[in-house]
Design a protein around this ligand. Structure first.
Ligand code: IPM
Ligand code: MN
Length: 353
């Protein structure tokens, strides 16, 4: 281990997580050797099995260890029917988002090949934008409560929390990203016609931050209209920024636009600090262990992580190799191919520079 070593915590998780992460790891270890990236991997077996066996999601001190000693976390998926309340998933995944303050949820929507487009007449030129989802506030903070629970008069309150600091930093990140990557516009989406208080804070902050970026267009869209326009005219969008809950919802739609949940990648980022990278898909328990899950989401997630760690060329090469397998039809069934998880991953690995 040297000062340039990038330490990566690998957390395969539940269901199809271990299989897709294994495919991603074969790509990562290959580029690590070929390009001398100096990546060091440590595997952590936190998952439903462990939780059911020990009653703990993550051992004491593990979060601090990740925070203080790692550069990135490469995570598969969480969720298991034996843990219906998703306790371990919430502790680990949402726990990292909150405790590591990973305020940027970066979810690109990029169609890699025309044949994956679900929209008639929309191809790689039209479906190419990124969504920044606020990742540490909103409805996810778990504030609220119940009253007269279990009676006919039961009342439930679930709060949607926005802070000036939280809203400003995600909006600023979206503008910075647009500026850095040559994107021309930023769309902020909320529902301020109904959610007046939070919406007002988002709108004011958006207008103020936008003034610092005079070269970047900015516009607002209600989130219901956003879902319609993402399908009707995805070419309208370059960068979208929105809150935690709306971002959760519209990024599943975004995944469908780029070819399905099997290919979508995401990053949970705190710039300059340890950040967490995971495919958008879940643990899909019914497909676990069957060698059918699409490894592309996990492989593109690995590429995104390498980009974050300072290896944009390696990331671009992985993306190119993935696109080549799609063009060649060497994919899993969800994309119309005939390969299993392992073989589809190897098809990518075999195409790396
Ligand atoms: C996601 C997932 C999570 C979320 C779940 C698993 C808690 O849907 O990463 O989009 O709601 O954020
Ligand atoms: Mn989601």
């Amino acid at each position: 281990m040297t000062t340039t070593t990038k330490r990566i915590a690998v957390v395969p998780g539940d269901g199809i997580g271990p299989e897709v992460i294994e495919a991603g790891m074969r790509v990562l270890t290959r580029v690590n050797e070929a390009c001398k990236l100096d990546l060091a991997f440590t595997h952590f077996g936190w998952n439903a099995d462990e939780y059911l066996r020990t009653g703990i999601s993550m051992p004491p001190g593990a979060m601090e260890d990740i925070r203080d000693h790692y550069h990135a976390v490469y995570l598969g998926a969480f969720g298991d029917p034996r843990v219906p309340d998703m306790k371990h998933a919430a502790d680990i995944l949402l726990g990292m988002r909150f405790q590591l303050d990973l305020y940027v949820n970066y979810r690109p929507v990029k169609l890699l090949d025309e044949r994956l487009s679900p929209l008639k007449g929309k191809g790689i030129d039209e479906i190419d934008f990124v969504i920044f989802r606020e990742n540490t506030e909103g409805a996810y903070v778990g504030m609220g409560g119940t009253f007269k629970k279990g009676t006919s008069e039961e009342l439930a309150v679930q709060e949607d929390v926005s802070t000036r600091k939280g809203v400003e930093r995600i909006i600023r990140y979206a503008f910075d990203y647009a500026k850095r990557t040559g994107r021309k516009s930023v769309c902020m989406s909320d529902k301020n016609n109904v959610m007046r208080f939070g919406g007002d804070l988002w709108v004011r902050t958006f207008e103020e931050v936008a003034k610092e970026y005079p070269d970047i267009e900015h516009f607002h869209m209600f989130v219901d209209a956003l879902t319609m326009q993402m399908v009707r005219a995805p070419e309208m969008f370059e960068v979208i920024v929105t809150n935690n809950m709306f971002g959760d919802i519209v990024t599943d739609l975004g995944a469908a636009l780029q070819g399905g949940l099997g290919v979508a990648a995401s990053g949970n980022i705190h710039p300059g600090r340890v950040s967490l990278f995971e495919p958008i898909h879940g643990s899909a328990p019914k497909y676990a262990g069957k060698d059918v899950a699409n490894p592309i989401g996990a492989i593109l997630t690995a590429a995104m992580m390498l980009d974050y760690l300072g290896f944009p060329d390696v990331a671009a090469d992985i993306e190119r190799a993935v696109t080549a397998t799609i063009v060649a039809g060497e994919t899993t069934h969800d994309l119309g191919g005939a390969l299993g998880t392992r073989a589809a991953g190897e098809a990518v690995r075999g195409r790396l520079a």
